[in-house]
Design a protein around this ligand. Sequence first.
Ligand code: KIV
Ligand code: ZN
Length: 402
Amino acid sequence: MNPRIIFFDTTLRDGEQSPGVSLNLKQKIEIGRALAELGIDVIEGGFPITSPGDFEAVKTLAKEIKGVTIAALARANKKDIEVAWEALKEAEFPRIHTFIATSDIHLKYKLKKSREEVLEIAKEAVKYALSFCPDVEFSAEDATRSDWEYLAKVVLEVVKVGAKTINIPDTVGYTVPHEYYNLIKFLIEKLILAGYEEELKNGSLRISVHCHNDLGLAVANSLSAILAGATQVEGTINGIGERAGNAALEEIIMTLKTRKDFFEKELGYPLQININTKKIVPTSQLVSKYTGMFVQPNKAIVGTNAFAHESGIHQHGIICERSTYEIINPEDVGWTGSAIVLGKHSGRHAIGFKLRSKGWQFDDEVLSQIFEKFRTELKDILKKIDDEYLEGILIDLFWEKE
Ligand code: KIV
Ligand code: ZN
């Protein structure tokens, strides 16, 4: 048996940590519902100890959203864990997500603790969380800047006491795909040597990845980790999050879907992705509206230009056969279709296609006249030409609409 990839969404926790973002309870619940409809496996609702708002959000999500795992974040101490559990306890599938940093930088400057002390704290936190809830995730914050042997020791010890998901965050977006691949492989090999091969294979033990985007590598690093054997991937919708954000889940999902054959060949088993991809764009737009974080037009999958074609050669290709310049069907991710945008790079085919699809009838000779007018008089004046404007000019120039 091979585990399927689990998608863990932290839009409501790490995503809400984006500067300037503050969601109210109603908005969080609406986003939570959208994530559940999208097919996300684990929704991290918040960090309950940090504010009454976070506590209430996790509590309400836990009560109202069924059929998915609801996670709450807690530092590795009793109080955080108790409060997280208090918020979570009505969930159908609750998960306590506890964390402590493992890098020497964090140990020295933030925690002021030795490696041995942190190892003990991690073990105790997992044990304490397990006394409330069977599903416990442990995160080794700043894992990618930690000493690999020490990190492996922490991972093995928390697995030994019962953590079922071990997250290896690239907290400051520092790693690169090849290095992260090696780190995940290294940790999995350590777990296999310690006798956990079967659990890793059947999914009762998972290595999870959580990447930040400081170098623009969050999605690439996450995919690399999946190739190395990680079976849970964490991220946010639209890639929102602290600083440069988290890995954009929609990009990871669509890469796995679009390049399924490649991933299956590399992994040696069939990939099962239970995501309703048609909900991606509506979910992205909902998150953008409520967070006030606008999605850049050229953002993969969910940007307004992601399926828009302006240059003549591309427009001709798309009109003849979509797959010439599109690797995803826009309708599969929730757009209404590709957009042929008329601009200075557009060609004859696109002008003809646009006008004909609006009901105009004309032969090729008229099209040549229209295009000539467009090319010589309009093309350089206007950056983007909307359909109605083009139509209006053509009405004046050539004929009356039939
Ligand atoms: O980036 C990070 O390390 C985190 C952990 C708390 C999982 O968000
Ligand atoms: Zn994070």
